[in-house]
Structure formats: C-alpha cells, structure tokens
Design a protein around this ligand. Sequence first.
Ligand SMILES: Cc1cc2nc3c(=O)[nH]c(=O)nc-3n(C[C@H](O)[C@H](O)[C@H](O)COP(=O)(O)OP(=O)(O)OC[C@H]3O[C@@H](n4cnc5c(N)ncnc54)[C@H](O)[C@@H]3O)c2cc1C
Length: 415
Amino acid sequence: MPTVEMERRQVMVIGAGPSGAIAAALLKRKGHDVLMIERQHFPRFSIGESLLSHCLDFVEEAGMLEAVNAAGFQRKNGAAFAWGDQYSAFDFGDTFTNGKPTTFQVQRADFDKLLADQAELQGVDVRYGEAIVSADFSLPKPQLDVLREDGSQYRVEADFVLDASGYGRVLPRLLDLEAPSNFPVRQAVFTHVEDCIDSPAFDREKILITTHPTQRDIWFWTIPFSNGRCSVGVVAAAEHFEGRTENLDDCLRGFIAETPSLAGVLNNAVWDTPARTIGGYSANVKTLHGPGFALLGNAAEFLDPVFSSGVTIAMRSASMAAGVLHRQLQGESVDWQTEFAEPLKRGVNTFRCYVEGWYAGTFQDVIFYQGGTAEIRRMISSILAGYAWDERNPFVSEPKRRLRMISDLCAQDPT
Ligand SMILES: Cc1cc2nc3c(=O)[nH]c(=O)nc-3n(C[C@H](O)[C@H](O)[C@H](O)COP(=O)(O)OP(=O)(O)OC[C@H]3O[C@@H](n4cnc5c(N)ncnc54)[C@H](O)[C@@H]3O)c2cc1C
C-alpha cells in the first residue's frame, strides 16, 4: 500500500465562494490556522449577482469592505417590481432595521475572486484546482481526501471542517445528509447583454423584478452592472418550459417577448453572450452540523432566487459558524444546534414564507399595494434588504400572520 501524504490543519474550508471566503477570513482574523480548498480556478462564472444590504455587514466584519467599495461595482439602493403597468420600488435607505442604505450588483467572477484574494491576503491558505473527493468522520478527527488536477491525492486531518461547497454539496452527498426541498422544481435561463437601456425611467441602482403578464409564477430579473451590461434571466416552474424551444437564447427571448414592459426596457439590447440554464437548484439537508463539521450557504439549504437572498444567507451562516467555531477551538463548550442551526433557520424561514407568498401571488399583491402605511413599507423593505433576522420587525417575528393580514387588506382595497 502506498503511504498517503497527510497534512494536519486546524480548520478546513471546502469551497472559496462567498460563504467560504468570509468564514475563512473571520477565523483567520481570530488567530486560527485555515486551509481553503477550491475545485475551480478563479475568476469563474457564478450566478447570484444582486446583493442585499445585510451581506455587506459580513463583508465589513471580515475586513473586506474597503476593497469591495473600491472595486467599481454597480451601486444598488433597492429593488423595483413591475407587473403590466404596475411598478413598485423599495428603497434600502428607508428600512425598519437601521442597516446599510446601499449595496452592490456584481459580476460574481470578479466579486468572488476579490473576496477569496482578500481572505488569502489575511493569511488564509487558499488552494485552487483541488477537489475534496471523500471524507471520513468516524475517526477522532475528520480526514478528507483532496484530488489535485494532476491526478495525485493527499489527505488532510482537520479539527473542524466547514463545507462551503455551494451546489457541489460535498458533505451532504458524502455523509448522506441530502433532504428534499419543499419547493417545486424550477428552472432559470439567463445571460449577460450589452443593455443599451436609454429609458430615463429605468433605475440602474435597483434590481428590476418583472412578473409575466398572465402567469404570475413566471418572473424575470434585470440586474444592471456598472459597465453598461445587464444580467437578464427568467425563472419558471419546469412545466412552463415544456413545448418551448431547447435553444436557450430563443427560449429566454421568447419569454421576454411575451412581457411587453420588459421587452421595452431591453429593446436595444445586444445579445452577445450565449444563455445558460440552471434547474432544480432548491435543496435542503437533514442537519446543518455534526461532530467535526458544519454546512454553510448553498451547501446547506437553498430556497429560491427571487429575493436575491442567497449570498446574504451564505455570508450570515459563515459569520455565525465562525463565531461558534472560534469559541469551540478555544476550548469552550458550544451547542451548534441552539447557537448556529436554530437562529440561522429563523431568518431563512422568514425568507421562505415570503418566497411561498410570492409564488402564491399574495406577496406580489402586497408589493404592488399602494394603500399601506409608510411604516409597513419600511418593514417590507427591511426584509428585501436582507434584515430577515431582526425579530423587532413584526414582518420577521410573525411573517405568516403579517402576510395574511396585509394580503386580506389588499383584497378588500384593490387600489
Ligand atoms: C438562478 C439563480 C439566481 C440567483 N440570484 C441570486 C442573486 O441575485 N443574489 C444572491 O444573493 N443570490 C442569488 N442566487 C444564489 C447564489 O447563487 C448562492 O446562494 C450563492 O452563490 C451561495 O454561495 P456559497 O458560498 O454558498 O456557494 P458558491 O458560491 O456556489 O461557492 C461554492 C464553491 O465551492 C466550490 N466547490 C464545489 N465542490 C467542491 C469540491 N468538491 N471541492 C472543492 N471546492 C468545491 C465551487 O467550485 C464553488 O466555487 C441565485 C441562485 C440561482 C440558482
């Protein structure tokens, strides 16, 4: 038997996306030894380009805000929604929770590279082009096998493993932790265009979410970047793609052509990049932690893209896990369930309630309702800005009841 090359480390992070980079940097800043292994080479394409205000709180905590501010990304100050001739805009500067008034819309290839580089600058050991291929958690300390691009392998023994592998879902697959999502299978088709938008009414500082005129569970994102380009995508349940062309560019443009307000916005766009697709992305797990590991970001649960909450949840999970793990590594006794999984889930479940309401149409009614008070709009705006863990906000502490109350009000007063 050939001897296996063995390395001993304190913390191992799988994946260098937003959750991995933030967790790795936070732990390094607290004085721990951190190895982060990434399968791909950066910059690499990733979807998820519209950020929420709350995610910048974690970028700041990880000492990366200055670099992100200086990178020239498109500033974002809110979210706008359009359906037929209805339009409703929410301002992140006017929220119930006193958070950051602006955030960014980012090309993820650049953003993720910047975060990973910042983590490396802070002393995290980052390795690209290497993939975790197996894991053994039955030993006193976890051991993981890493495959290099030249086909060679080595083993890492770590005190603790944070799985930030996103859609790779490394530990959920290897440890049989996968659980089905409650959401139906949906698919997104998207591209980047030279947008050439000349409409003065179009606000480049907001994501535009447009609902299909007749099928309200089909929606589009338009995410402007600072270089005159836009990310454009459609999201629909799998059955809405049946009978449509398999050519992704034609499929996307077909959906847009059915939606006059969006077709108007993109009238002059130059479609210069082949469309891509991703489907069945909603996922869940049986547990967020176990002896020697915790799951971060999309490696744990992914809900739905509609409120751009993915990167914020990923970074929030990274920050919370880094805090608990730091205390554990210092010899304190910690409870991952009550200090990490349960509080994290509370905010995720708030988003879940509004995602369900979005597809049922009730939350869309609330969004377009113009008769509510300014205070109610501020509470909703707060959630859209990512502050879904602030239990002082009644729309966070009792989302189902509040959503029902307001949608009943909208039904009685359809102004
Ligand atoms: C259609 C769509 C639109 C979206 N839009 C938005 C949006 O506008 N805003 C938003 O906030 N979120 C959005 N999201 C969600 C967002 O993409 C994710 O939530 C976010 O990228 C999660 O970050 P992460 O760090 O958990 O994982 P990722 O960003 O996926 O990073 C995981 C990393 O792990 C690496 N990896 C995987 N397997 C291995 C392995 N075996 N070994 C080593 N490395 C590995 C991968 O290469 C990758 O770099 C969207 C999602 C979808 C599907």
